[in-house]
Design a protein around this ligand. Structure first.
Ligand code: CA
Length: 256
């Protein structure tokens, strides 16, 4: 595990897991990696600890004795807490994964997991949800306002507007839209999107991209014209509609 060097700033991680052996393994490994760690063994105690400890990220077991991990996440979000959540789930079927993401989680790892995988995902989430590095040089380096059609994404204010309408997005949706906008009119493969937005190769599970594109469409493309287009068998493209999109637009309208 030597390639996982200690983080520069000590991020605070909350481990929520009712199985003592897994909890101990995670706590020990994360401390050795350089994180500040606290833990909880139930959903109720997790919610208290989120308030008390103020973690930068919550590792959240889905199957807990009281509230399940999805309910914990919903409670956090309902209370206005947007701390990123990485689910640990023994369930493997996709509908649970999607339920998890819909409840406001940022990513998931299925049990049995390798600790390496957990560390990689933690790093990826902290990288994309943490404060932007001032790589542009100097404090508060300027980042570019992205514009496409009537979409406006302001990275400094962390705001998206479609026309005059403010569109609230989660950190991951924001990241995804930013990537699409920065590459407008170019087709991006699911693999490219996963690498860029999630920060690592998703071991072939590009369905997370489909799930997030679906969320994004619900927020961005409920206004006309639709801008996020599926390129069959390849990926997605942010562009203005073309004539051959008309049939699909009609289908969409019929769905409304
Ligand atoms: Ca459990």
């Amino acid at each position: 595990m030597s390639e996982h060097s200690a983080p520069q700033t000590r991020h605070r991680l909350l481990v929520v897991e009712d199985e003592a052996s897994i909890r101990a393994l995670l706590e020990t490994t994360l401390r050795l990696t350089g994180y500040e760690v606290s833990s909880a063994d139930s959903g109720a105690s997790a919610l208290l600890e989120v308030e008390r400890f103020g973690p930068d990220l919550v590792l959240l077991d889905v199957m807990l004795p009281d509230l399940d991990g999805f309910e914990v996440t919903r409670s956090m979000r309902a209370a206005g807490n947007d701390t990123p959540v990485l689910f640990l789930t023994a369930r493997v079927d996709l509908s649970d994964r999607i339920a998890g993401l819909r409840s406001g989680g940022d990513d998931y790892v299925t049990k049995p997991f390798s600790i390496e995988e957990v560390l990689l995902r933690i790093q990826a989430i902290l990288r994309r949800t943490g404060p932007e590095e001032t790589a542009a040089g100097g404090a508060g380096g300027e980042r570019t306002l992205l514009l496409f059609a009537d979409l406006r994404l302001d990275p400094d204010a962390h705001e998206v507007h479609r026309g005059e309408r403010y569109v609230p997005l989660s950190p991951t949706e924001f990241q995804l839209l930013g990537y699409l906008m920065a590459n407008s009119n170019r087709v991006l493969s699911r693999a490219q999107i996963v690498r860029h937005v999630w920060g690592y190769d998703f071991a072939g599970d590009a369905r997370i991209v489909e799930t997030y594109v679906k969320y994004l469409r619900k927020k961005i493309d409920r206004f006309d014209p639709p801008l996020i287009h599926t390129v069959r068998g390849i990926g997605y493209c942010l562009r203005l509609p073309r004539e051959h999109d008309q049939d699909r637009a009609a289908e969409r309208a019929a769905d409304r």
